[in-house]
Design a protein. Structure first.
Length: 346
């Protein structure tokens, strides 16, 4: 069931992708604000309660619904529920259009448009970037987006599904990432204050949830790319910052692609400036301004230079990133198919 649910969800997502403004996204943001408003008392215990309501409650609810459908309506209904959950929690099309637009602009030699697209995508100041730096940042953001939206969800889903959790792994990973996204923004909103206790608890639990997923993504990158270089980069980065899942994923990707990543971090645009330039987005989303930046305030890669031996990032490496990601998806699907077959035969 795990393999077929995942395959169907990926096919549906390719045919009809969900945008950042879909109703579920707005409902989750309102739910996150309600939880923080009512349970964020700036104490460790209240922080744990708030995180549990936002993350663990939907996770446990997904398990209950899965098994209720299984025992009342049969496995087809439980499988359809898993497909629906996966459709909402993973997908390339949630970020790939940004990547494609920037790649096309660079291919046509329009670096000014590429800077503007990168700035709009990640809400960063890209006005002074060279062509090489544009490519480097696009690779880094795209690799991390692929991990967040695809491989992290897939690995967490597969692990907990094997333990009888149904789609709980996908819900746990996505909601943990969502909690970090809305409660630990790098540009705090004075109209939407979040206590330091809640931010620290959210970041700590996110690192725990992402710990295994980041290493599985790095391992798959190594398998489908330059294995020795990827493993070596992973090992070096793990010694430098063992709790930095982002760094491990990017180090493995840099080795797998034999490209030089890491370096100076882009500066964030002031929140007030972004809102002034994008009032149409806030109005179209029907959300208050303080709830309209969640998807745009993703963290930038914060790591030093990874490896000076790789090639300088070029536009041609963007096609290699696409190949790396799709080969990794194939590896995951083949692995899950083999496990499903072994279970059926056994």
């Amino acid at each position: 069931m795990t393999f077929f649910s995942l395959l169907l969800a990926l096919l549906f997502e390719q045919a009809r992708p969900l945008g950042q403004r879909h109703p579920m996204n707005g409902l989750l943001k309102k739910w996150a604000r309600w939880v923080s408003d009512h349970f964020d008392a700036a104490q460790p215990r209240s922080a744990w309660m708030a995180w549990s309501l936002l993350v663990l409650l939907p996770t446990l609810l997904s398990v209950v619904i899965h098994w209720t459908l299984w025992f009342t309506l049969g496995w087809p209904s439980a499988m359809l529920f898993q497909v629906a959950v996966l459709y909402l929690t993973l997908g390339f099309r949630q970020f790939s259009h940004h990547f494609t637009a920037i790649r096309d602009a660079l291919a046509e030699g329009d670096e000014a448009l590429a800077r503007e697209l990168l700035s709009d995508w990640k809400h960063v100041d890209a006005s002074d970037l060279t062509r090489t730096e544009i490519v480097r940042h696009v690779i880094e953001y795209s690799v991390l987006a692929a991990h967040r939206h695809v491989f992290g969800v897939m690995s967490s889903y597969a692990i907990l599904a094997a333990l009888g959790g149904g789609p709980a792994g996908a819900v746990l990973y996505r909601m943990s990432q969502f909690a970090k996204q809305v409660w630990c923004q790098q540009t705090p909103d004075p109209l939407y204050p979040i206590s330091q206790a809640l931010q620290e608890r959210t970041l700590h639990l996110w690192h725990r949830v992402d710990w295994l997923a980041a290493r599985l993504t790095a391992l798959v990158f190594a398998v489908v790319g330059n294995f020795e270089e990827a493993i070596d980069g992973w090992r070096v980065q793990a010694r430098r910052a063992p709790d930095d899942g982002n760094g491990i994923v990017l180090a493995a990707a840099a080795g797998a692609l034999n490209v030089r990543l890491g370096g100076e971090v882009l500066r964030r645009k002031p929140r007030s400036k972004w809102l002034a330039q994008n009032t149409h987005f806030v109005e179209a989303a029907a959300l208050p301004p303080d709830l309209g930046l969640g998807d745009l305030d993703e963290m930038a890669p914060e790591l030093g230079p990874l490896d000076a031996t790789g090639q300088t990032p070029e536009v041609g490496h963007l096609a290699q990133v696409v190949g790396l990601v799709w080969r990794s998806v194939v590896v995951w699907l083949v692995l899950l198919a083999l496990l499903t077959l072994a279970r059926l035969v056994g």
